[in-house]
Design a protein. Structure first.
Ligand SMILES: [Zn+2]
Ligand SMILES: [Zn+2]
Length: 245
């Protein structure tokens, strides 16, 4: 039963999000441009909610609070270094634009990232089904705008639509092996789970604060700001539903 849930949610968080992103690309440019910030706002709310209401409290139930927070801090620093490493690799000239991600590099980065998302989903489900669903929702919500962006980069670097879809699906599906490996391994080594929870929380906080929220600040205006904040709160509220005690 647990295995079926983990498989279903990691499929939704990978192939499901990619399919949804593909449908999104069929919308006219203007519709897309107005929907994406909404999705990003909602996703950042679910990520922060899942980290602070789900993952961190659950890790603190099993480990000393100070240790958990040290792992969250280490995770944030680790994700910074990882992101730097990926940027160094595709930076050849002195000044280069972060946005100039190449197709192959994007696909590799995506594969690694989605594998980690799979580990997070499985570890959360092993602790409890509500925690699993809240973590999986945060994954699905951030993966949709993420994959829309991936398609944009692939199409811009000259890939045909079908090829972009195939490659993005292949790189994105790593969520499933990530989840399955974590499920079989972590059931044997349960003591590792709280550490994984702390690192997962770091990953969620990092994605929300570093990748998603800065994109929201590019749009000025009170109305846009209020809508973004309301959707962010809606994301947090959705996660709250899974952590009512
Ligand atoms: Zn992700
Ligand atoms: Zn992708």
């Amino acid at each position: 039963m647990l295995l079926a849930l983990i498989t279903a949610f990691s499929l939704l968080g990978s192939v499901g999000a990619i399919a949804f992103a593909g449908v999104f690309l069929l919308f006219p440019e203007r519709t897309r441009a107005s929907l994406i910030p909404g999705l990003i706002s909602y996703a950042s709310g679910t990520l922060l909610g899942a980290a602070f209401l789900g993952l961190i409290p659950n890790a603190i139930d099993r480990l000393e609070a100070a240790t958990v927070l040290q792992f969250v801090l280490a995770g944030v620093l680790l994700f910074f270094v990882l992101e730097k490493l990926i940027l160094w690799h595709h930076c050849h000239n002195e000044e280069c634009e972060v946005r100039e991600t190449s197709g192959p590099l994007l696909l590799i980065g995506d594969a690694v990232h989605n594998f980690v998302d799979g580990v997070i989903i499985a570890a959360a489900f092993i602790i409890s089904v509500p925690l699993g669903i809240s973590a999986a929702l945060a994954v699905i919500a951030h993966e949709i705008p993420q994959e829309v962006g991936d398609f944009g980069v692939l199409l811009d670097s000259g890939y045909k639509k079908e090829r972009a879809f195939l490659l993005n699906t292949l790189s994105g599906i790593t969520t499933v092996p990530g989840a399955l490996l974590a499920y079989f391994y972590l059931r044997e080594v349960q003591g590792l789970i709280p550490y994984i929870m702390a690192l997962s929380a770091a990953s969620f906080v990092y994605i929300a604060m570093v990748d998603l929220i800065p994109a929201l600040h590019r749009k000025a205006g009170i109305a846009a700001g209020v809508r973004q904040f309301a959707l962010m709160l809606a994301g947090v509220a959705t996660i709250t539903l899974f952590h009512l005690h």
